[in-house]
Design a protein around this ligand. Sequence first.
Ligand code: GRF
Length: 188
Amino acid sequence: MAISNFKKKIAVFLSGRGSNLKNLYKFSKTKSSKFTIHLVISNKKDTKGILFSKSKKIKSYSIDKKMSEFERKSLFLISRENIDVICLAGFMRILSKTFVQKCKIPIINIHPSLLPKYKGLKTHARAIENKDVYSGCTVHHVTSKLDSGTIILQKKVKILKKDTATTLSKKVLKVEHQIYPIALNKIC
Ligand code: GRF
């Protein structure tokens, strides 16, 4: 099998602060990285994430439109830029079944819980409320069913008695930053 020397081109979709984007970008600059961040698309204008990507001269687009328009434009950009993998990183919209089917490349997501537990929102509060001993995060393939695709990588963190949803989210975010680049490298 031929071994490619080319790094895979990644598109990141986000809606907000973009700490996972920053972290993927930082990793992409290391020797071990099999990818480059080539394109960033936000569904909102002037998010911290998009300001960061612009500052790094990454091709950046804010598509603050209804979802069908967002998907139409994104698919066009993905194809025009020859993107290999889409990474969702704090992307707060649900991609349609049609988008997932039309997109012939892998789409992956980072979710702040130990899936299959706590799909959707408020994962930290739900884990604390249920007196779970562990929480964590999961990188998984995206399918048309919310937070249900094949798991690529997971990492646990211990929930302490004194943890609140806020302190737990900070601890989980740290491990998100550890595993997302590793999971992405794995599929590149
Ligand atoms: C992360 O907790 C991620 O797991 C979830 O949304 C948050 C995004 O954070 N999907 P950031 O925008 O990457 O800082």
